[in-house]
Ligand binder design. Structure first.
Ligand code: SF4
Ligand code: SF4
Length: 395
């Protein structure tokens, strides 16, 4: 495992993000799988674990806390986040913080972040009536938080505004979405430069963009697998991160033991990409730039009156838009009628919650069009009709 120094701590360069934990078919978290992944992580040198108040509707903290409770507290670093981006009148820093400690079965957090500073949440974070900064600085003085930081999905001016606010002097680290697609798409290069100027260590989130960069088409993946037969497609995204200046922590939201094994293998060594290899990734990034930049964070889902699985619909749209048809059409066809994209009311509540600023209703409208125009969809509809007729004939 590669390790990085941070204020006297020795952090594994790869962190286990508990945002997309393994689930059973009914959607509940597979606790045994989480325990097995945690055991594997610790046995193979991962010592950083990251959760947050809203992940898995509040259950990520509990399940991760339970899995970690079998290990000495000093043997791992635990990160959690304050949900200022979802502020509601019933949220009080002290109540939320105490609840989080309890749920995670710990009496301090090693790393604590202001969660998701972006255009819609920054005014809440800066509003003194909530008393957030004072409260968390006080907890740090008491040793209940060891390092304070923030995660940011906002544009460059929002990042700059936050760093120039009273928070700036207290932030030990900053978590940004950095990967070879967002380097220019979301101005990650410019944001990372700003952090370097302010001497703020970089934590990376979404290194494979919610799986997008780990699940390339066969055509996109072929040159990568040919160039590095011993490495997975996902490993290329991590190798690219080894070429950008100094991420201290790279968080991966791993959903299976297989993913974790692959990532641990990648982080056994540094292996910088050659110029030619970087060009291969550049070509993929250029092709994907027209895609919808959904990271599957699911912030939008709770606001949908139709309870649509929005990230999955965004994913289907991207696949269809990039010219793949079989898998996305089959996925759409398998959805129950009440979960079909045609059930979207175009109400727009979801878009207000999206840190990637995706015009979700518009994408769903386009998805419905692409679906109807797809020959695969027509073919499946015909097959369905034929099967229904045959069934009728048999009766
Ligand atoms: S616009 Fe559609 S997807 Fe978005 S919240 Fe409304 S019904 Fe749900
Ligand atoms: S559409 Fe936006 S809010 Fe919803 S899952 Fe994707 S990135 Fe997150």
């Amino acid at each position: 495992m590669i390790y990085k120094e941070f204020k006297g701590e020795r952090l594994s360069n790869l962190g286990f993000g508990a945002m997309r934990l393994p689930q059973h078919s009914d959607g509940t978290i597979d606790r045994d799988a989480v325990a097995a992944m945690t055991a594997y992580a610790i046995a193979h040198g991962i010592n950083y674990f990251d959760t947050a108040y809203p992940y898995h509707n509040g259950l990520s903290e509990i399940v991760l806390g339970e899995a970690l409770s079998h290990y000495p507290r000093h043997s791992f670093f635990l990160a959690n986040k304050y949900p200022g981006h979802q502020i509601a009148s019933e949220y009080h820093p002290d109540e939320v913080f105490e609840e989080q400690l309890q749920k995670c079965k710990v009496d301090y957090f090693d790393f604590y972040l202001m969660h998701n500073v972006y255009e819609k949440s920054i005014d809440v974070y800066l509003d003194e009536q909530w008393g957030m900064l004072d409260y968390f600085v006080e907890q740090k003085c008491k040793g209940r938080i060891r390092h304070l930081g923030f995660s940011c999905h906002g544009e460059y001016p929002t990042l700059l505004r936050f760093l120039d606010s009273p928070y700036g002097a207290h932030m030990d680290f900053c978590q940004l979405q950095v990967n070879y697609l967002d380097w220019s798409l979301q101005q990650a290069d410019k944001k990372c430069r700003l952090l370097r100027e302010r001497n703020i260590p970089l934590w990376v989130m979404e290194p494979v963009r919610g799986g997008l960069l780990a699940n390339l088409s066969a055509e996109e993946a072929a040159p990568l697998l040919q160039a590095r037969p011993d490495e997975s497609v996902a490993a290329w995204a991590f190798r690219w991160l080894q070429t950008v200046p100094q991420p201290t922590m790279i968080l991966s939201g791993m959903s299976s033991l297989e993913q974790m094994k692959d990532n641990v293998h990648t982080f056994e060594r540094v292996s910088l990409l050659s110029d030619e290899e970087q060009l291969l990734l550049q070509a993929i990034a250029d092709r994907k730039r027209n895609s919808v930049p959904c990271t599957a964070c699911r912030y939008c889902c709770s606001s949908c009156p139709q309870e649509l699985d929005i990230p999955s619909l965004m994913n289907s749209y991207n696949d269809l838009n990039l010219g793949f048809s079989l898998v996305p059409i089959m996925k759409l066809e398998a959805l129950p009628p009440q979960k079909q994209p045609t059930r979207c009311l175009q109400c727009g509540s979801c878009a207000q919650m999206c840190p990637q600023k995706i015009d979700i209703p518009e994408v769903i409208k386009r998805l419905n069009l692409l679906k109807e125009q797809s020959p695969k969809w027509t073919e499946l509809c015909k097959q369905r009709e034929a099967a229904a007729k045959a069934l009728k004939g048999n009766k």
